[in-house]
Design a protein around this ligand. Sequence first.
Ligand code: ATP
Length: 515
Amino acid sequence: MAQQEDVFKKIVSHAKEYGFVFPSSEIYDGLAAVYDYGQMGVELKNNIKKYWWDSMVLLNENVVGIDSAIFMHPTIWKASGHVDAFNDPLIDNKDSKKRYRADVLIEDLMAKYDDKINKEVEKAAKKFGETFDADLFRQTNPRVLENKAKKEEILARFTAALNDNNLEELRQIIVDYEVVCPISGTKNWTDVRQFNLMFSTEMGSTADGAMKVFLRPETAQGIFVNFLNVQKTGRMKIPFGIAQIGKAFRNEIVARQFIFRMREFEQMEMQFFVRPGEELEWFEKWKQTRLKWHKALGFPQEKYRYHDHEKLAHYANAATDIEFQMPFGFKEVEGIHSRTDFDLSSHEQYSGKKLQYFDPELNKSYVPYVIETSIGVDRMFLSVLSASYCEETLENGETRVVLRIPAALAPVKVAVMPLTKKDGLPEKARQIIDDLKFDFKCSYDEKDSIGKRYRRQDAIGTPFCLTVDHQTLEDNTVTIRHRDTMTQERVSIDDLAKIIGEQVSMKTLFKKIAE
Ligand code: ATP
């Protein structure tokens, strides 16, 4: 675990050192849980967004996009339930004065029992070797069963407490299971209180009577309130989806773990409108499609898992998360929810406007049901960064840090390097860039030894380095060096666009999703 935390620290400092992510307002000592993306970060982020956007609107004829405003009529947040119920239960440790989410403390507590079980299994696997039957061991070993029973006992109390909104019981669980504050090490807890996560501000001057408005905590409501606009003007037929990428804001209580939990972040959400009764089929379909989108990137498949929700929000009839193995454990990156007709019906009620669809095949009108896929750009960014980060010892004993970012997402695709700064090599290198720059983000580098230049490109994840040498001037070839294998080959300059194009194209990824 300590080792993993170490890796995480290295990733955070690497992200800063190479222009991916900076703390916001750094010269003023930063602003908690707010971050800026630097020159490399913005490229990676834009590529992630493009990968998502195109996978929605290019691959699906019946999915279209919108871009709605961050400010919305305040009643929208009444209708969506955010004013009354977008709360986190918070608890303070009186000694360290640190604030925690009570639900997160309990979830961590349960995860400890899972860890204990997994350790028992690992230990036994080592001891018994090939004949070991892990399933049987899990079903019969007394220590495993004891830990499992403890976890289930907590889960039952936790679920009941959440369902009844019983804050005292949440505190009691923390007390009963002797959860200690990681900072002070004590069990000196305050009561649990609810805390609304929405930021608010005022619109219009006070003289006119300013209106309290919220910064949206999710982009989804902008889609719901535009449902009929898009359906009518786009002549959309159910089933169809509306996709949107945009900023969202949450006054998170516990804002740690870098860009995993931010107060200003970005979401990529898609609401898919379906006939009532067909929602679970579509839920299943989107659940599969979204996992394929993640897996197409080529990171180890075991880094992904579903986490089906045991406790459903009152409006949902199915929900799952796609979790990714971050350096600090498996964490939610994306949520897929079957939201029934809750949002549209509620907006009908609050606005007094009909939000229904006339289904020509059924010859009747109804409020559509909705499947939502909702993923955080920043969490996706963190998952790509942490899965890509790699420290390697080379044959000559040197080490290199390489970001094995999937080529389609890499911030810079090609670095062009003249072997020396003279003999017309820089000019030739510039010529190559001038040809390639219309299609690929290129970078020119002539400083330091070629080895050092390779290291710099490895550190930002550039998939290809081209070296221009004297032979280039004679036969119009360059060496192309591949980031991951470090192999080099000589190729004709005329073939570069094709070779690079094939590797960095998102098409290969899209084909895997469409399979
Ligand atoms: P969590 O339980 O981790 O707070 P959530 O279940 O509240 O997340 P959703 O409301 O389902 O999250 O939001 C959808 C997606 O938006 C999440 O899967 C995540 O990727 C992203 N997201 C939510 N909150 C944040 C945040 N504070 N910072 C960065 N990304 C976030």
